[in-house]
Design a binder for this molecule. Structure first.
Ligand code: PDD
Length: 289
């Protein structure tokens, strides 16, 4: 069951105008919200980020927070899986084709859900492969825009080489990956690039930083040089659907040195376990009224 512009319906029944600016220009923003045991995870943070994306593209939020909460709740209730990815998208709506944002359009609001399948135990145990590519996307990667052609091209280049992610560098520094944020470990300290217009402010990124702080795990939020990425002891990618996933092969070479080379490292393993603990704890807490 999906939601489109005021109505719940089966996805096959949903139609939009071919003049929708989301279709013509990618003029829209979106969120992907994980739900575990039918409870949305960090919903408020996702809705705050949605507001920032809408503000950045000068699109009025079509719904107040409680309405979004209700819509997300109804989508979760109307779909068969216990764990779901709730996808929501707002586009500027349909209008005669003209690049400048027209005023007074009715935005298109769409929500759907899919089964949330976290990375397999095997992938978490052995880690995944990634490649490094130049970040050729635009300079507003902080907006969660549906214009994702750059990300799609980069992810496809990674998939061509049997890799789960393309890790991106711009002007000699790590930015993020095609659909996730990136952390590395150097000399036992976790390093994360700071939030800027060059990366998406990930909700999982924030959760990981909170975990690092709460457990006094050495970390620094600062620019990470490409050379530091390439010589990292550990690399992890984080996202709502990937959680905290170790990258153990980078450009065909094992990540790390010594006996841990090409295997998930101790810091990542600890953070992964703490993330799972935190998730379980949040899911057990009494639901909000
Ligand atoms: N992607 N960076 C990019 C470019 C992303 O697309 C995503 C998420 C992230 C991680 O953000 P979060 O922790 O809030 O999921 C970082 C989603 C899952 C997607 O497009 O499917």
């Amino acid at each position: 069951m999906i939601y489109l512009n005021g109505e719940f319906m089966p996805i096959e029944k949903a139609t939009i105008s071919v003049l929708d600016r989301g279709f013509i220009f990618g003029d829209g923003v979106y969120e992907v919200i994980p739900a575990y045991s039918r409870r949305p995870f960090r919903l408020e943070e996702h809705l705050v980020r949605l507001q920032s994306s809408l503000d950045a593209i000068r699109l009025a939020n079509p719904h107040p927070l409680p309405k979004w909460t209700e819509l997300v709740g109804r989508i979760i209730a109307g779909n068969p899986w216990e764990d779901q990815n709730v996808y929501l998208q707002v586009t500027r709506g349909a209008a005669k084709r003209d690049h400048a944002f027209p005023k007074g359009l009715k935005p298109t609001v769409f929500l759907m859900a899919s089964e949330l399948v976290p990375p397999s135990a095997e992938l978490v145990k052995y880690g995944a492969k990634a490649i490094v590519l130049p970040d050729f996307r635009w300079l507003r990667c902080d907006i969660k825009s549906t214009s994702l052609l750059g990300n799609c091209m980069l992810r496809t280049l990674a998939a061509d080489q049997d890799c789960v992610e393309a890790i991106l560098v711009r002007d000699g520094e790590l930015t993020e990956a095609s659909a996730s944020n990136v952390f590395i470990v150097k000399a036992g300290t976790v390093l994360a690039p700071p939030k800027s217009h060059l990366i998406l402010p990930g909700i999982t990124y924030d959760v990981v930083l909170e975990i690092l702080r709460a457990n006094a795990i050495a970390h620094e939020v600062r620019p990470v040089a490409e050379s530091e990425l390439r010589s990292a002891e550990e690399i992890w990618v984080t996202s709502s659907s990937r959680e905290v996933l170790p990258i153990t092969t980078l450009d065909g070479k094992p990540v790390g040195r010594g006996e841990k080379a090409g295997k998930p490292g101790p810091v990542g393993e600890r953070v992964y376990a703490l993330y799972q603990q935190y998730k379980a704890q949040v899911m057990r807490a009494p639901a909000h009224a």
